[in-house]
Design a binder for this molecule. Sequence first.
Ligand code: 48F
Length: 254
Amino acid sequence: MLKADEVKITKVILKSSFEMWLSNIEVDVVIVGAGPSGLTCGRYLAKNGYKTLILERHLAFGGGTWGGGMGFPYIVIEPPANEILEECGVKLKEMEGYYVADSVEVPAKLACKAIDDGAKILTGVVVEDLIVRDHEVNGVVINSYAIERAGLHIDPLAIKSKVVVDATGHEANVVNILIRKNKLKLNLEGERSMWAEKGENELLENTKEVYPNLFVCGMAANAVFGGHRMGAIFGGMYLSGKKCAELIMEKLKL
Ligand code: 48F
């Protein structure tokens, strides 16, 4: 006979959730967006001992990886980014001087490794504002994505962090919020048309701290600085996430 007591099920879920939230309201780094760059950045930070929380508005992590190129379920990775995926156990096949990977396997294994290395991924949570004090970012303001989607007027909660990472992809949502809510005169250029090779290289240059304690990585970095989009080649995303983690570690030096 299988056991199933509704009240005990409810109690277990509520108690676990409270414990989890309470241990994550002050962290070293909040990463907004669980796409390829955010997951990679989070994994390296957690692996090196930084308390890292990855917030994703959708219920699934992985961002723009799942659908490959136009729904054909493969993505292309150029060296040396293959090493990052190999560390996560992704099976890669060499073709035409590139590597090709299954677009469902990649996010699954990246997230799995990030979790095993100590990062906490919370899904269904949207970042709708930032905590900004004395011209520094000090954390994020969060809500349930279901509440936002329903258009309900329910006040948000907040998480304090030493650093916030905008890994929200093409929309660069966190930098957008920073500029809009704080009346900054910064220029958010928006991404340029597809030019794969240029876009991939710009991505690494554009991965940086854009405002005290706010870093950008992944496509958000090119959206902020007017870099090109690159389509279904993903090496730059993983390398940008890794670079972002290295810059943050250099800044925080645990
Ligand atoms: O878009 P996304 O995959 O970002 P990325 O890591 O990778 C870009 C590639 O997927 C692809 C590409 C490769 O050529 O250009 O597009 O730069 O993942 C961004 C994630 O951020 C979430 C969003 O749902 C997605 O999963 N996100 C965006 N805004 C918010 C957010 C927000 N305000 N709060 C929480 N999550």
